[in-house]
Design a protein around this ligand. Structure first.
Ligand code: HAM
Length: 447
């Protein structure tokens, strides 16, 4: 019986995994250099961790279940709530702000499509203990630098907003809190007609609706973004949110981050309280699911029994980045050429234990330096050589009884067919040197 993968999940083959590890290492490197410590939380949590803020409705979008002890659990749909739960439970005494990063799988019961999966990975970071403009700017700049360090050379736009801008307009018009939340959700989904409809139902005046729609539609690139918005009367000059944004944009300029002011960013998750930002791939390579990163400022700690703790963070959609990452990178290309196959030559009808023992010893020495294969199928010489060729290995090291007697091995260059008998020490040294040289050549050619 053939058993298919669960819908919305994927298998990753070695080449893809190597690519993913390369990406992960580059991202991790930047996070560490910015002084963030890696943390890991469980793949499943108490379901209430996610419903306490967002309500029971969120259960429809999650993998949730009862375990054998009747506990209501959920596979994590994201990592911010788990990180704050962990902070409240374990890290309350750590110096503030506490800066952490994470890489982990998430699960959402969504309709799978291109670049939207039911199991996907997030790489994210959180500053716990500050939502000041300095912290907001650092988080955005960190995301920006991680994207740069990945070296994927994509067309991308970073949009910055503040949920306070829209909320202030609605609050000033006495729209009740629950309605404001509904409006934010509709804005996030891009459902503009529904926003207008909902506001009309609340009795909102046409002027208010027009103001709100111009705010949502406003997209201004760069430094003068706020000035322009104020001049157009879209943002009130005494708005608290816009003052905070002003400081943030100033610091973003110091970091050299290129951004677009976009007050229409509402973010799907309910917990944001201030700055929000998103990064989109704009070269059309991801289709509709082009958001590669999202984040903002929020307060969740009190919901999980902690003190009120302003925080700021982001998460990259790692799989979307992986879809954009070129396969042809030096790290991946060296795969076959970096390999060597140790070939024990067994003699027919004879005990070949000594040959196998010697071959394993040589393989172990080579494995200290380079990827090395050794036969595990009791294959004959020619079958082992064709396997080595199929793997694209650069060298075969033949170990037979004659070689053992002479204290040597036969090294065959699989590219040229040339072979020579040399001592084991020399073989290890020579092959390691040639292969490392090949790797350097591939890397410089690619750069
Ligand atoms: P989010 O926008 O829901 O934010 O997810 C972050 C990123 O995960 C998205 O920008 C997207 O690239 C990726 N993503 C989301 N759903 C899927 C999916 N079904 N398949 C593939 N990729 C997906 C959060 O999760 C917040 N916790 C971010 C945050 C951290 N805010 C503050 N700190």
């Amino acid at each position: 019986m053939r058993i298919e993968r669960a819908r919305g999940t994927r298998d990753f083959l070695p080449e893809e995994m190597r690519k993913r590890r390369t990406m992960e290492a580059r991202m991790r490197d930047i996070a560490e250099k910015w002084g963030y410590g890696e943390i890991r939380t469980p793949s499943f949590e108490r379901a209430e961790l996610f419903t306490v803020k967002s309500g029971e409705g969120i259960l429809n979008e999650m993998y949730e279940f009862r375990d054998k002890g009747g506990r209501h659990l959920a596979l994590r749909p994201e990592l911010t709530a788990p990180v704050i739960r962990m902070y409240v439970n374990e890290l309350k005494m750590a110096p503030k702000p506490t800066k952490v990063y994470y890489f982990g799988n998430c699960f959402r019961y969504e309709e799978p499509q291109k670049s939207r999966y039911r199991e996907f990975w997030q790489f994210g970071a959180e500053i716990i203990g500050s939502d000041r403009p300095e912290a907001q700017a650092e988080i955005i700049a960190l995301a920006y630098h991680i994207l740069e360090a990945l070296g994927i050379h994509i067309k991308a736009e970073l949009h910055v907003g503040h949920v306070g801008l829209i909320r202030e307009v609605l609050r000033a018009a006495n729209v009740e809190a629950e309605r404001i939340n509904s409006v934010m959700r509709l804005i996030d989904k891009g459902e503009r007609e529904e926003v207008i409809e909902l506001l009309r139902e609340t009795g909102a005046k046409k002027d208010l609706i027009d103001d709100l729609i111009s705010l949502v539609d406003l997209k201004v690139k760069g430094k003068d973004a706020l000035k322009e918005a104020r001049e157009r009367g879209i943002i009130a000059s005494d708005s608290d949110a816009s003052k905070e944004l002003e400081m943030l944009l100033q610091i973003l300029d110091y970091y050299g981050v290129v951004y677009t002011l976009n007050p229409g960013i509402a973010r799907g998750l309910d917990y944001y309280t201030g700055m929000v930002f998103e990064i989109y791939e704009t070269g059309g390579r991801l289709g509709a699911q082009n958001q590669i990163c999202g984040g903002g400022s929020y307060r969740l700690a009190t919901l999980f029994g902690g003190d009120d703790t302003p925080s700021t963070g982001f998460a990259f959609g790692f799989d979307r980045l992986a879809d954009l990452f070129p396969h042809e990178t030096p790290d991946l290309k060296r795969d076959g050429v970096a390999a060597v196959a140790v070939v024990p030559i067994r003699e027919k009808n004879a005990d070949s234990a000594d040959v196998v023992e010697e071959a394993i010893k040589i393989a172990s020495r080579l494995r200290e330096h380079i990827p090395t294969y050794i036969d595990v199928m009791s294959r004959n010489l020619s079958a082992q050589l064709s396997y080595a060729n199929a793997l694209d290995a650069s060298f075969a090291v033949l170990v037979g009884r004659t070689e053992i007697k002479e204290g040597k091995v036969t090294v065959r260059n699989l590219d040229t067919g040339e072979q020579e008998k040399i001592g084991v020490d020399e073989c290890v040294k020579k092959i390691t040197k040639i292969i490392n040289h090949k790797i350097t050549q591939i890397s410089t050619r690619e750069q």
